[in-house]
Design a protein around this ligand. Structure first.
Ligand code: G3P
Ligand code: MG
Length: 230
């Protein structure tokens, strides 16, 4: 089972910062998941639409310019990184799950991924693009059919993983709170991988291992890897 660092190793460093990325690499996570938002013609690594939970700013992200966002403290003196800074920091050392939050120009995002494949040590196989916004996944499929897509859900649809299959997704990424064994079996029967967020509890990790889930998103990758190896 693959262990992705959720927002980087976010139990040990401020989430979605380069410190959380370095920590995830140190903890030997199989992959790193981060949240991506667009600001003008740039992409930043940040989860919320409001600034106060994770920075010393207040109000809505959309009311900030890129330079104002970059001047904020995202915890322990860390800045909000750009997508390119994140890719340079990882430089092909593990898998990368870019979760698209508020994005308007998918083509521009794929230009950056292409640039990372051409000028950094990444291969296309190392990227997974996920989103709760399945229209962004369709746009990704049209622009970059060689990149894997993962359909996110925070609920248990009546037809389980059928929506992900209809998107021709690589995986369905499901909230732990609505997962059951039937959901896992349904995804596998449809030829989909199944990945689960956010999982740090030993009992849950071992349950998912028994169900042969393909991956988890964990805030403490090292600890989760240790538990799964027992
Ligand atoms: O990609 C898995 C997970 O990160 C989705 O939820 O809110 O943590 O971005 P959220
Ligand atoms: Mg996320």
């Amino acid at each position: 089972m693959l262990v992705f660092a959720h927002r980087g190793a976010s139990a040990d460093a401020p989430e979605n910062t380069l410190a959380a990325i370095e920590e995830a690499l140190k903890q030997q996570a199989d992959g790193i998941e981060v949240d991506i938002q667009q600001v003008d013609q740039e992409f930043i690594v940040f989860h919320d639409r409001e600034m106060s939970r994770r920075t010393n700013g207040t109000g809505l992200l959309k009311d900030y310019s890129l330079s104002e966002l970059q001047a904020l403290d995202a915890g322990q003196g860390q800045n909000i990184p750009t997508l390119w800074q994140l890719l340079e920091a990882i430089n092909g050392r593990c898998l990368v799950n870019l979760e698209l939050k508020r994005i308007t120009d998918v083509a521009l995002l794929h230009d950056i991924i292409d640039q990372a494949i051409q000028s950094l040590n990444f291969t296309a196989e190392q990227f997974i693009i996920s989103s709760f916004d399945h229209h962004l996944l369709l746009a990704t499929q049209q622009l970059a059919p060689h990149i894997k897509i993962a359909a996110l859900t925070a609920s248990k649809p009546v037809e389980y993983a059928a929506f992900a299959q209809s998107l021709n997704a690589y995986s369905v990424n499901v909230d732990m709170t609505c997962l059951d064994q039937h959901f896992v079996q349904d995804a596998k029967r449809r030829g989909l991988k199944i990945m689960v967020y956010t999982v740090d509890e030993p009992k849950e990790l071992l349950q998912l291992k028994e169900w042969q889930v393909d991956g988890v998103f964990s805030n403490s990758p090292q600890r989760s890897l240790q538990i799964l190896r027992t």
